[in-house]
Design a protein around this ligand. Structure first.
Ligand code: MRU
Length: 351
């Protein structure tokens, strides 16, 4: 990508450097993490967030955890490694990319189980670096495919943040928009603030500014107003988990946008690497939806906005049924309905 003058995740050989996304846009703070426990906390607290970035950070977490294990017996080593993988896997329940990364690291551990502890440690670091590279490459390719769907002069509504921060690469939804701009197309973005944690207002605006793409920030409840006035050409969002039938979990509020898009005849696209697809889940009903701390709803940036003791719900994601989705844009190509068939073909073609 041209001119990306920040690195959301950087491997420094013996530690992981991440930009602390909770501090943006006011402060650009970088953290250097060398303990797997700190990486697990960074994921839970959304210092690193966005499904692909969570997967990459998780993989490095396992590699760093393995590196610090000081035992002689292989069995003890593998047992401790198992606990580390478990800790990483239980940080956030919805992001499929996290489980993809944990499973890929586990497969590697199995294939190397007859090697020495030192060799396994080295192999785990190499595998985490590969997972990182693969995610970057996947978002580069999918952005290229997706940019074909964007006409010159388009106004696109996106949701939450699905840019370089969320992926460590080009971005998914935002990657497509950035790529379209690089191709010389004039594009404008509408970005809802994305309550409760304001990823749209804090992070998407920050990234769009850096990419010099014009945007308008709105509150989440303004989306229908703008869609019904005819000024939005498409909606593009990222994904945390896509099931075998195309149902898609993404940031809370995405389903509302999909319904509004259909009602207003606006194509609704999902952009995600295939590492976000979970073929073992038949439909969105099987996706585990993260329920977060009610304080994220009762407070904005630490300031209370309601009475104490109210009943509060805070699901972090919702599921958009596949029939609302005009296309799913991946690094292997663009798939359209019937998703059940097409997603299977796409993923099997990779094996
Ligand atoms: O809770 P978050 O901020 O991790 O949620 C992120 C999203 O919902 C993104 O849209 C999704 O992970 C795709 S990122 C390319």
């Amino acid at each position: 990508m041209k001119n990306l003058n920040y690195r959301p995740i950087e491997w420094l050989g013996d530690r992981l450097k991440i930009i602390d996304q909770t501090k943006l846009p006011r402060e650009e703070v970088y953290l250097e993490l060398s303990r797997y426990q700190d990486i697990a906390s960074a994921i839970k607290e959304l210092k690193v967030r966005g499904a692909p970035a969570i997967g990459v950070a998780g993989a490095y977490g396992i590699a760093l955890g393995a590196r610090k294990i000081q035992v002689r017996s292989k069995d003890n080593f593998l047992e401790k490694l198992q606990t580390i993988s478990q800790t990483i896997a239980t940080t956030r329940p919805t992001a499929r990319n996290l489980f993809y990364a944990v499973e890929r690291m586990s497969r590697l551990i199995n294939t190397k189980s007859n090697k020495s502890i030192t060799e396994i440690k080295t192999a785990l670091i190499e595998e985490a670096i590969k997972i990182h590279r693969d995610e970057i490459e996947a978002t580069r390719k999918l952005s290229q495919f997706g940019a074909k769907l964007i006409k010159d002069g388009s106004t696109i509504l996106t949701h939450c943040n699905a840019g370089p921060l969320a992926t460590t690469g080009y971005g998914t939804a935002l990657g497509i928009i950035i790529r379209a701009k690089e191709q010389g197309k004039k594009v404008k973005v509408i970005t809802p603030e994305t309550r409760p944690l304001l990823q749209g207002a804090r992070l998407t605006t920050w990234e769009l500014k850096r990419a010099r793409i014009p945007f308008t920030l709105i509150t989440d409840s303004m989306a229908g107003y703008f869609m019904s006035r005819g000024g939005i050409n498409s909606v593009i969002v990222g994904a945390d988990c896509i099931t075998a039938n195309g149902d898609t979990a993404n940031k809370i509020g995405t389903y509302t946008l999909a319904v509004l898009a259909k009602e207003n005849g606006i194509p609704f696209y999902v952009a995600a690497p295939t590492t976000t697809i979970d073929l073992s889940l038949a439909s969105g009903k099987e996706i585990s939806i993260e329920q977060r701390n009610p304080a994220e709803v009762t407070h904005i940036q630490g300031v209370s906005i309601t009475h104490e003791g109210n009943e509060v719900a805070n699901p972090a994601f919702d599921v958009t049924p596949a029939n609302y989705i005009a296309a799913i844009i991946t690094e292997l190509g663009i798939v359209r309905s019937p998703y059940e068939e097409r997603i299977g073909e796409l993923c099997r073609g990779q094996e």
